[in-house]
Design a binder for this molecule. Sequence first.
Ligand SMILES: NC(=O)c1ccc[n+]([C@@H]2O[C@H](COP(=O)([O-])OP(=O)(O)OC[C@H]3O[C@@H](n4cnc5c(N)ncnc54)[C@H](OP(=O)(O)O)[C@@H]3O)[C@@H](O)[C@H]2O)c1
Length: 305
Amino acid sequence: MGWDATALPEARGRTVVVTGANAGVGYFTAEQLAGAGANVVLGCRDPERAEAAVSAIRRRVPRASVEALPLDVTDRRSIDAAADSLLARGGVDALVLNAGIVHPPRSRRTDAYGNELVLSTNVLGHFRLVARALPAVADGGRIVTLGSLASRLGRLRLEDLQLEHGYTSWRAYSGSKIAAQVFGFELDRRLRAAGSSVESIVVHPGYSTSGRTPGIRGVNQPSRLKRFADNLQAAWTQGKDDGAHVPVRAVLDPTLTGGDHLGPALWTKGAPVHAPATRSSRSPRQGARLWPLLEAASGQPFPLP
Ligand SMILES: NC(=O)c1ccc[n+]([C@@H]2O[C@H](COP(=O)([O-])OP(=O)(O)OC[C@H]3O[C@@H](n4cnc5c(N)ncnc54)[C@H](OP(=O)(O)O)[C@@H]3O)[C@@H](O)[C@H]2O)c1
């Protein structure tokens, strides 16, 4: 079925939490959902950047209902406090797991718990957040995980998930995105097995660059050089505002169901459509092997068997 990103269904009364929402795809996901009438909660680690994003949405979307939630996905105390806050309010209709490192460091870095930083940011923090905040997600609610086309060009090193041997920035990124996708599909299987009505959907935003994205004070201010360089790739790239159409559809389209995978129609750009996911991302065997590794590394047992 087609989807018109310029004519979104009414979302008034629904609450959507977007992690890493002060910039990029996350910001535009939040802005577009606010435009559809949703209450949007921006999970951000930096209070000034969060405030800039909240102000930008209020400026650009009349009568927007928007607020910031402090959240650093590499900090367990921050994750737990954010989860507690969501549990206290309840009624979360969708949780968009978007925060991420897209330009990993050249050499391996770790978080305060000794976990490799890209894995920690792109997967472990979200795993812990969902494990703790799941009861806050409303019946029929959705958890939307941001995967990537990069998942097609790498492999998941379950034997060395933390890349203690042979770290490269590419391995860190592609491995983290494969792990995120495996998590998203395994989460859906576990939710179904537990009889939950919550659905887990996996999406990727194609190839979305800031130089092809509208300038917004405090949110997206690429240099002229960046705009020039990104525009040279216009044939196969799109703005992050267009990339956001994919997670927005995953949140709002009532025809979707748990386990769906969406991406842009032309792989790297275009309208949000159903897209094929890699076999290894969907593999129940990979999911079953990855799950306990995520539980151990995040220090968080997951409340679904
Ligand atoms: N852009 C693409 O072409 C593309 C393609 C495939 C997948 N994706 C995925 O889409 C998501 C967004 O990508 P993007 O291009 O929009 O990236 P981006 O512009 O770099 O934005 C990343 C967002 O994540 C936040 N973040 C990073 N570390 C965090 C932490 N420890 N705690 C909380 N928030 C944190 C950043 O906040 P700060 O401002 O504080 O750093 C920022 O708001 C990522 O998961 C990425 O892997 C993007």
